[in-house]
Design a protein. Sequence first.
Length: 208
Amino acid sequence: MIMNELQGAVEAILFAAGEPLETERICQALECEKEPVEEALRGIDEALKSVNSGIRLVKMDNMYQLCTRQEYADKVRAVLEIKKNTPLSSAAFEVLAVIAYNQPVTKSFIEQVRGVDCSGVIGTLIAKGLIEERGRLELPGRPLIYGTTPEFLKCFCVTCLDDLPDLPEHEDLPKSEEINGQLEINLDDGEIIENKMLTGEPVKVAEE
């Protein structure tokens, strides 16, 4: 892979991740050595600075993340506040229901239930304060897990999760006990394991 292509690939990965990524994870995803990846990161940083981009590359120890520039914070905050006050879409309600009735859950689990990518919807629900990150699983890739917030209970006029209405039964849908033995978590490194969050087995959450 030539450097221009590598630089574009690294930038795309950082943009899609939306969170700090270790250099090793980027190397693993691209099947590339560390030195050219670090060179690509330097190239991204220089390119963003050269055009006075509103995006900057931030390094935190051995992790990198694409972030907005500090001088545009007020404008970004204003847009996010507008977005925060917009009504939920049907897709957002579906994702919120999956999280509320199965929490804590990973993004991979939500996407297996819905069958589509949920990155944008999860970001929207976090921005609205309805869900939050609950840590990471002690599994390969250390995937984030999500749960609902007190704001969720307030918005839906319930005092606790036990007050949520029962899910309707549907003949065409598999029963929960059938799902328990079938669903799997698709990890970042491609390994597939049984979803222990649904089988009732204890799941360890990594300390931040």
